[in-house]
Design a protein. Sequence first.
Length: 254
Amino acid sequence: MRKKIVAGNWKMHHSYHEAVACFATLYEHREEFPAGVEVIVFPPDLYIREFSKKLHLSDHLSVGAQNCFYQTEGAFTGEISPAMLKSVGAKYCIVGHSERRTLFGETDEIVMKKVHSAINVSLSVVLCCGEPLEVREDQSHFAWVERQIKAALFDLDEEQIKKVIIAYEPVWAIGTGKTASVEQAQEMHQFIRTLVAEKFGTDIADSVCILYGGSCNPENAPLLFAAPDVDGGLIGGASLKLSTFLPVIKAARS
Ligand code: PGA
């Protein structure tokens, strides 16, 4: 059985003191996480070390980075390598979030390089994919996501792909309050799983976690997470406060 994952993408929110308080509150409630649910928090990189120092393997709570650079070291002002993230306690790294693709010009090729360099230092990757509104409207969303998945993942080998979690995040649903319907999420997740099966076989496809992201909240999470191919969520706005994040985590109960 696939495990369920609920991941909180804090984006560029919370001062240091707010972040420490928010994480401490979540940590205090970790006993309430449903069995079999893994929770990951993606704070701004500055806070990863502080958070990871608190954690034990048995907590079912980990910390990850929202982005990385694909080079290992060198004259790349302002960038952070996967090895650096790992050295401060990150276990995961989000790659290819739509905000990185649209606001920071990340191409499919850059995303692919980041996936490889993160996996090379044994970080697990949360690979984001998802179509913008105009692509959904002209019905080419399956082809769009297929291109993103193939470009990012199809050069991996069978061991490397096991380090990947996929997050389907339709761009029109991110931060907009609009959510994909359960049917829209399920059909895309099933499609992505089929793509993974065609390349890597059904055993790997059956074990890969595919998260839904885009305006997930305590109201819609129970229905979305109950869909057979939705293995949890990547949560933005609702992950910033315990009062909304904890109910979303509880919604992943299998
Ligand atoms: P949202 O963000 O939940 O605020 O829509 C999700 C994401 O961007 O990962």
